[in-house]
Design a protein around this ligand. Sequence first.
Ligand code: LLP
Length: 416
Amino acid sequence: MSAFEYRNKKLHAENVNLQELAETYGTPCYVYSKATIEKNYRAFEDALRKWSSRICYAVKANSNLAILNLLAKLGSGFDIVSIGELERVIRAGGDVSKVVFSGVAKRSDEIRRALIMGVDCFNIESIAELTRLDAITREMDVQANVSLRVNPDVDANTHPYIATGLKENKFGVDINLALDIYQQIEQCSHMQAVGVDCHIGSQLLDLSPFQTSFEKVFALVDQLASIGIVLQHVDLGGGLGIRYQNDDHPPSAAQYVEILAPFMEGRNIQVFIEPGRSIVGDAGILLTRVEHIKETRDKNFALVDAAMNDFMRPSLYSAWHDITPIEQTANSSTTYDVVGPVCETGDFLGKQRPLAIQEGSLLAVHAAGAYGSVMSSNYNTRLRAPEILVDGEEAHLIRMRETFDQLMANEIIPES
Ligand code: LLP
């Protein structure tokens, strides 16, 4: 059952009427369901229970401090890709000893800070990065745990912008070179190879690419063991898809984890996963209000107060998100392109949507909890939207609407 359901024809987030939230906090705004995040996290936790495991929530999917705090309280570790994300994990009360640091271009200052703060493991994406980490650990005289992110050359069957496991992608090192690189790591006095890591893409709706990459990664684990390099963990990355449209049928967390079972048989190795979207994606909506209805001979537009700066996914990936009115009516529907106020033709939230709406109607853009607010910008000098976390009957403001003072605080007009 979804946390976003109609009761007496009014859409609710858990037990909170979204109309009331819109009146209190204004639109556009993001609304999240705490119960959904907990449910999604626990689904992975339960599925992984049979092995020693760690869920490292991918901070990039939704990095609001309140969301990170919620996950930290559930016991989650974190997958970070910048020192900014580490800062968030620390401020949210996360456990740094459960953090893995991914990313293809870690700066030296980021590596130093991560070492000082005691990040658990560096997911290494190139020989150049390994060389840099080796020099920094020796200079600081500290030890670092490393895991090599291998690129298994697997087609994830997803949008090309979010596929990462093909040879042509910038991520990881060719899995065929991995053995040599692990042998190099063995020679380094200040680094220990503790794991292997792999992430082939995002929004995967089919288990077979995962299966293929698991085959390759576990074969490498065995090869390494045969030359005396025994790894403590295997990190399978994130990527499990969610339902955006009716005909999306994403595997459950349990089904995803199930395909691991044959690989884990008889092994004494810890499993890490780095889910982002599948924890927070269906836990959020974007609330927006119809400013104007514009009907032309060729097309009808619902001009709403949220735009591509608030929610990039439709513009950037042609992503589909269900859009529904907050209030169900018996009125007949008209087909609209739902578009924002930004001065770009690519500024749309949805195209050709049958909706029974009028000026002033409130709309929910669904499954906007992942890669929504985090990807928002100030384009067209628009203030970034507030975020609200609903917990049963309660609604907590977890990010205030930005002000113009905040937005322009760092800008300087030179004296001349
Ligand atoms: N681990 C690594 C190393 C990653 O690069 C990512 C996502 C994840 C984990 C989490 O993947 P998830 O479970 O969320 O699929 N902005 C795009 C998605 C970009 C994903 C980037 N990497 C979107 O809106 O679809």
